[in-house]
Design a protein around this ligand. Structure first.
Ligand SMILES: [Zn+2]
Length: 215
């Protein structure tokens, strides 16, 4: 039990570190973005709340189960309105233990403009195979949760929420954060290439075949 408590505390600290890092990088905002994580195999998860994200601490997280019930929260603290989306993903993906929802400006801007991310680097070529777009649905709605979870099926690593933001999925917090940060870097590089060249140059498709299986 003590070991489990240690694991839970570590998990909560990781969530807070991720939130503060994404906040400082301008990928999540006081009213945009949320992070959750669970211990592998658990049907309970910890999610960010209505507390200011730049200063978030482990005691500001809310513990929930997959029925949408709050199991632990300090007084006055409510779970993120996006908990239905996190819950729906956990229900459908046993391998996912962390969900990072950001409002990454460049990735979201390109998605909103209808510009598809392209294989501009080998890294992009591999990652984009596991990225899916989710048509617009109101934030916090059950409709968004269902649409997102459906697209998260299979081996999806990231969702581009049209007119909203990005969702990174991972076996742990670091993986999910990494997906969101990598996508924003790629989106920024593609945007610069578009500005400079007026089009999106891509790497040769044949080169990507040699990279199959490389993670
Ligand atoms: Zn959002």
């Amino acid at each position: 039990m003590e070991a489990l408590n240690g694991e839970t505390e570590r998990l909560k600290k990781e969530v807070c570190l991720a939130v503060r890092q994404l906040f400082e990088r301008g990928l999540i905002f006081p009213h945009g973005g949320n992070v959750s994580a669970r211990l592998p195999g658990s049907s309970e998860y910890w999610i960010t709340s209505n507390v200011y994200k730049g200063w978030i601490q482990p005691q500001d997280l809310v513990k929930m189960n997959l029925k949408g019930e709050v199991l632990e929260a300090r007084e006055g603290v409510k779970p993120s309105i996006e908990y239905p989306m996190h819950q729906a993903v956990y229900e459908r993906r046993e391998d996912v233990n962390a969900v990072v929802h950001s409002h990454s400006p460049v990735t979201t801007g390109l998605t909103l403009a209808g510009v598809e991310l392209q294989p501009i680097t080998a890294e992009a070529g591999l990652l984009l195979k596991k990225v899916k777009t989710v048509p617009f649905a109101p934030p916090g709605s059950q409709v968004l949760a269902e649409k997102a979870a459906k697209q998260a099926e299979g081996g999806t690593l990231a969702l581009l929420l049209q007119g909203h933001g990005v969702v990174g999925l991972g076996r742990n917090v670091l993986e999910a954060v990494g997906v969101v940060e990598t996508l924003e870097g790629l989106a920024l590089t593609q945007f610069f290439a578009m500005l400079a060249a007026g089009r999106v140059p891509t790497i040769p498709v044949e080169a990507l075949k040699d990279l199959e299986g490389v993670e």
